[in-house]
Design a protein around this ligand. Structure first.
Ligand code: ADP
Length: 415
């Protein structure tokens, strides 16, 4: 019988999953990729198979109201597809690993409890990530689970890059800059030697521009700085989060406007950024299609902040050899890429507009001092690689980079 492994990326209203299969004596390959969306409103399960064929596209019972129920629904769909299959491991995306976890870990109850203590540092993601682990413990108590952290790839930053300049005794409680989107950056870094060998060992900024957005500075493939810090609120303007903010603003909300901690949290995590500025949408595609000046202002601010932080990270790197765009906006919006590149021309960025429109891997002109790339990220594959290597699920081989993207299906896990 074939062996299976799962990766899960659980959010507040969605559960993204990948099913990996290892036929007897062969390598791991992706068997399905899909998601349950609309958890709590109108839940729907969709999944595609190896050749992009639709395996599922169904409405689910409205009782799928939370992460636990979503895991139950996923488990029964998996049983209907691959009943009796042996699941060797489940890998999870967990946003915050705190100061202790420099690499993925096999989760036990003690580690789960420790990770639960980090929920206040990532209220938008951590509770849902951990609820999925608990639900799998209930459904598949004997299957090992691996937590892969968005913070791990950034461990090892210089002391000054990790520092929060508050009184040292306060910082001892774990106040430091962590950085996030690490699974995405680790994946991109792992692809550079194949896709863009000329910059793989150089000074590179990767722009992960999705609903959450950040930049990572890589030197020789290793993270040296990130725009996100103690929480995923810092740095760039995002769909619903403001990014960099004068802490005096937060004091003002408490002291002058008399808001409660819960109200301030909701403003910072859910009501700011693109949706806050525009009053229209948190979705970049929507905003680009609208004519209201507020929509334009939100897009302008997004581009302005990315450009500003590219300059700051280039300063940290002491120059720049490459710029990589990834995630929903970075991979799909030629307009945003073009505006950011235009504003970064002082660094020696020269965009090839045809290549940018066609979303070629390299979108800069041959004479551009900084080469610019679009590389689709694949956090799930990174989770699968970590899960495979930690659980020693051997029998995997390397895949050509062209096969490794969010929508591609011909993926094999390397362990
Ligand atoms: P997450 O995984 O954090 O939910 P994604 O990486 O999927 O986020 O990115 C979602 C963002 O990408 C949304 O703002 C969406 O509007 C944007 N996006 C997707 N496709 C396009 C496009 N063609 N043009 C502009 N923005 C796009």
């Amino acid at each position: 019988m074939d062996d299976y492994a799962l990766t899960l990326n659980a959010g507040s209203s969605s559960l993204k999953f990948c099913v990996f299969r290892r036929p007897v004596q062969e390598s791991w390959e992706i068997a399905a990729r899909g998601q349950i969306e609309g958890i709590g409103t109108s839940p729907r399960l969709s999944a595609k198979g190896t050749k992009g064929e639709i395996l599922a596209d169904n409405r689910l019972d409205a009782a799928v109201r939370d992460g636990h129920a979503a895991i139950d629904a996923l488990a029964s769909w998996l049983r209907s597809q691959w009943g009796g299959a042996r699941v060797l491991g489940v890998g999870h995306r967990v946003v915050h690993g705190g100061p202790r976890h420099e690499r993925p870990v096999i989760v036990n109850q003690k580690i789960l409890k420790e990770l639960q203590e980090l929920i206040p540092l990532a209220p938008l993601h951590q509770p849902y990530n951990l609820a999925a682990i608990e639900a799998v413990f209930e459904q598949l108590p004997d299957v090992p689970q691996v937590a892969c952290f968005d913070t791990s790839f950034h461990r090892g930053h210089a002391r000054v890059a990790e520092l929060i300049p508050l009184p040292a005794d306060i910082c001892k409680a774990g106040l430091q800059r962590y950085g996030f989107h690490g699974l995405s950056y680790e994946f991109i870094s792992s692809l550079l030697p194949e896709v863009a060998p000329e910059i793989a060992h150089g000074r590179v900024i990767v722009a992960h521009l999705g609903s959450g957005a950040s930049l990572c500075a890589l030197r020789d493939g290793k993270s040296v700085e990130s725009t996100m810090s103690f929480t995923a609120l810092d740095g760039l303007c995002m769909g619903t989060r403001p990014g960099r903010l004068d802490p005096g603003v937060v004091l003002y909300l408490f002291q002058t406007l008399g808001m409660s901690a819960k109200e301030v949290e909701a403003i910072l995590y859910r009501r700011s950024g693109l949706v806050g500025i525009s009053g229209i949408s948190n979705d970049m595609r929507d905003l680009l299609g609208r004519s209201e000046p507020e929509a334009g202002l939100a897009v302008d601010y997004f581009v302005y902040r990315v450009t500003q932080e590219i300059g700051a990270l280039a300063a940290v790197l002491g120059g720049l050899d490459g710029l990589v765009f990834t995630a929903g906006i970075g991979e799909n919006s030629a307009e945003i890429r073009s505006r950011i590149c235009e504003a970064s021309s002082w660094l020696g960025v020269e965009l090839d507009s045809e290549a940018n429109k066609n979303r070629e891997p390299r979108i800069s002109t041959p004479r551009s001092k900084v080469s610019v790339w679009v590389i689709p990220t694949n956090e799930e594959l990174m989770i699968a690689r970590h899960t495979g290597s930690l659980l020693r699920l051997t029998g995997a081989k390397r895949v050509p980079s062209s096969a490794q993207n969010r929508s591609g299906n011909a993926e094999v896990v390397r362990s």
